[in-house]
Design a protein around this ligand. Sequence first.
Ligand SMILES: CC(C)(COP(=O)(O)OP(=O)(O)OC[C@H]1O[C@@H](n2cnc3c(N)ncnc32)[C@H](O)[C@@H]1OP(=O)(O)O)[C@@H](O)C(=O)NCCC(=O)NCCS
Length: 184
Amino acid sequence: MRLTLAETEAHRREVLALFLDTFSDIAPTAVPMPHVDHLYRPAIAQVRDDTGALVASALTCVPQKAAGVALLPPQMRPQGLSRAAERVSELDLVAVQPDRRGQGVGQKMIEFLESVLVSRGVRTWFGCATPDLDVAALRHFYARAGFKVLTEGQPLPPLGGQNWSVPFAEAPAFYFWKKLRAAH
Ligand SMILES: CC(C)(COP(=O)(O)OP(=O)(O)OC[C@H]1O[C@@H](n2cnc3c(N)ncnc32)[C@H](O)[C@@H]1OP(=O)(O)O)[C@@H](O)C(=O)NCCC(=O)NCCS
């Protein structure tokens, strides 16, 4: 199996297809274009088997809140948010093909993306899980990957001096976050 960053439009489409198969409620625009999208600056891990078939993928990018604010005229943008977003990333989507789960693939993608984020100067990584997923298993998964896993209803603390929570129609089941080491 090979673990790389998705870099082409063909990769992006395959990753999107995996996420659409895995999650019932995501938009067809959920996967930004790698290298081209400077608003979301995504890092998209992809795991492929020896035949080149996609086994798993994980997407992390500029937090939704900062990307949304970037659409406002400069004088209306909250001060500091865009600057803080240079050092914070939101783990947005993680999916492993059902027949490949429980074999360490998800953990390897988290480790890989963490090293990519460190090399980009990101210092804090966070995400949340929605209640429609297997919440107990995901708590275990993220804790094992070294995240602080918050209790149900516990708000994300300010990270990099900013509040990154976004108003969801439905509250997340839990948030998770971790500090990353500084790049050498
Ligand atoms: C969650 C998910 C990405 C984990 O990937 P994975 O490759 O199955 O996870 P790993 O094999 O690296 O498992 C690491 C740990 O998480 C646990 N785990 C969590 N969810 C699991 C699941 N659904 N199936 C199997 N193991 C799971 C494992 O027991 C393992 O713990 P252990 O090593 O102490 O036994 C994957 O199961 C998946 O795609 N689930 C559906 C989509 C989803 O919920 N994504 C997360 C959105 S927030």
